[in-house]
Design a protein around this ligand. Structure first.
Ligand SMILES: [Zn+2]
Ligand SMILES: [Zn+2]
Length: 163
């Protein structure tokens, strides 16, 4: 492990273990560590950094957007590593791929109930939360036939800056 990445992990973990000023981000990092262990995934400084950078932003970044950020911490990291890590996060339930296709996959670390509006022009993905959308009833023909794991309302259009 390169020195810089060792230093990153040690400093993040020290900060977290010093519970006094444990931020929400730190608490989530702890949860993420546990989640990695549960799924037999090694806790590496790169994974921690990618997860934390994902949580710090509300832009729902693509692998490439996150790569640009993580690169400033780990200059030798590759886009491929970031991409594979994000897919792993999706697998272990620490993040998910935002719905809507055609463009590069976009990721979200916000696991609280919320919905997305995506601007087709500038590609911004904006969070919103409309409670009635959380509990949409499924038609019987679907619930009889399938096991639904995730329901989501996804809106697409032109954002306030583009219309
Ligand atoms: Zn827009
Ligand atoms: Zn979101």
């Amino acid at each position: 492990m390169a020195n810089s990445s060792k230093y990153y992990l040690v400093s993040v973990m020290n900060k977290i273990k010093n519970k006094n000023n444990c931020s929400q981000l730190d608490e989530k990092t702890l949860w993420f560590e546990g989640q990695c262990r549960k799924f037999g995934l090694k806790v590496t400084p790169q994974r921690i950094a990618i997860y934390r950078e994902l949580l710090k932003t509300d832009e729902h970044p693509s692998a490439e957007m996150l790569y640009e950020k993580v690169k400033t911490i780990f200059p030798s990291i590759s886009l491929d590593t970031v991409n594979r890590t994000l897919l792993k996060l999706n697998e272990i339930g620490a993040a998910f791929v935002v719905e809507g296709s055609g463009d590069a996959k976009r990721f979200d670390g916000g696991l609280k109930e919320h919905q997305h509006f995506k601007c087709v022009k500038c590609k911004r993905i904006i969070d919103f939360h409309h409670k009635p959308f959380d509990n949409i009833k499924l038609p019987a023909e679907i619930s009889k036939k399938f096991t639904v794991l995730r329901k989501t309302v996804y809106l697409e259009g032109l954002c306030d800056l583009c219309r």
